[in-house]
Design a protein around this ligand. Structure first.
Ligand code: AMP
Length: 371
């Protein structure tokens, strides 16, 4: 059965828009699910969060939740029967879970985007197949693969696990004197991709939404900085020539169209001169789109809920210039203690435990729109 069909034969495209009070199921219970839930409630829709964690920031704001493993077929079945649509806040959901859910209701974005985006190798092959530029890469499973890949690719390079990597997790820098044996041992049997290091001028991202009828709306590109591989700031406008912004948007549209995507999609790029190299795709709302909550009439979270609900997309126009700063670990303390941050919209995620590298909240500083 195609991924956008339900057993009763209705395609996602032909499904009626959700009415007031309908319930959207969300897989995952982190801050993204929390913000999606808050946006859904503002639109008069309800949410049901499915998450295996005991403490989940989204549980606190949702009327319904299920705490169960993504492998619990009975729990997934009950969950799917209690909602009109299902979406997800992260890409590491087992594809088998989606297959169970799709027996009862549409899952948006579909299993195709999920399957490709949760595997770096599949993602890079998919992007190359669309004619898009990615950093030169080769698959690596064994020491022989790694040594061959090191001969064929320029140094330095980055060895990234195919699955479950985020915020730099599962990544190793491979310089000319790095020992291949140690690098392979650190993979602990996981498949990987060796990718050339890109000496980029900037990192930018596009947050795009695609509706059930194929209409698309993109927010302005953001210029992103990272610290310790974790997003630190997103700045809009990104200070790009208009034709580069347009090209980035066209690339994101090409990806969304190829996936027959429904919902919000994040596309991260390295900018080298005027060349846009696609680094990564996120089939979900994205941290570099958090500024939209403060600087646009409709945030990426509202936009995603609108798309999944089958509603028309909102105008992604920006009413202010914005700098979003992530509050990582201890950085949240001053803000949580009430320190004044004039001109900033504050959003804290309600996480009880502060840990190094943990995303605890974000600030968005707004200034009058310059252009
Ligand atoms: P990723 O998890 O692949 O998005 O990587 C996290 C961050 O690591 C990126 O946003 C970059 O700052 C850096 N990074 C990842 N891959 C490369 C690369 N091939 N060349 C240079 N920097 C990279």
């Amino acid at each position: 059965m195609p991924t956008d069909m339900t057993p009763d034969g209705k395609s996602a495209q032909s499904l009626a828009p959700l009415g007031p009070g309908a319930t959207i199921g969300i897989l995952g219970g982190g801050q993204l699910a929390r913000m999606l839930t808050m946006a859904a409630h503002r639109l008069g829709l309800k949410t049901h969060i499915f998450c295996p964690d005991t403490e989940s920031p989204a549980f606190e704001v949702t009327p319904h939740h299920t705490r169960a493993a993504y492998s619990d077929a009975d729990a997934l079945d009950r969950f799917a029967r209690s909602v009109e649509r299902v979406t997800y806040e992260f890409e590491n959901i087992p594809v088998g879970a989606i297959a169970i859910l799709e027996q009862h209701c549409p899952v948006m974005p579909g299993a195709k985007a999920l399957a490709i985006c949760q595997d770096r190798l599949a993602e890079k092959r998919f992007l190359s197949g669309l004619g898009l530029v990615v950093a030169p890469f080769l698959p690596v499973e064994t020491m022989v693969d790694l040594n061959q890949a090191r001969q064929r690719l320029a140094a330095p390079a980055i060895l990234k696990t195919r699955r479950l990597g985020y915020d730099g997790k599962g990544q190793q820098h491979i310089g000319t004197d790095t020992e291949s044996g140690a690098a392979i041992a650190a993979l602990a049997g996981a498949g990987a991709v060796l990718e050339e290091f890109v000496d980029f001028d900037a990192e930018i991202s596009i947050i795009l939404a695609r509706g059930t009828n194929g209409e698309m709306a993109s927010y302005d590109p953001a210029r992103n900085t990272h610290e310790n591989h974790i997003l630190a700031t997103s700045t809009v406008p990104a200070g790009l020539p208009a034709h580069v912004s347009k090209m980035a948007t066209r690339i994101a549209e090409k990806i969304a169209t190829a996936f027959e995507y429904v919902g919000v999609l994040g596309v991260e790029f390295f900018l080298c001169g005027e060349t846009l190299i696609v680094n990564e795709i996120a089939p979900r709302v994205h941290n570099s789109g958090h500024w939209t909550e403060a600087a646009c009439a409709a945030s990426q979270f509202e936009q995603h809920i609108r798309a999944v609900a089958g509603w028309p997309l909102a105008d992604p126009v920006r009413h202010a210039d914005a700098v979003m700063q992530n509050l990582i670990g201890d950085q949240v303390r001053a803000v949580a203690a009430g320190e004044s941050v004039p001109g900033c919209k504050i959003h804290l995620y309600g996480k009880n435990e502060i840990r190094p590298g943990r995303k605890m909240g974000h600030l968005t500083r707004l200034t009058a729109r310059a252009r």
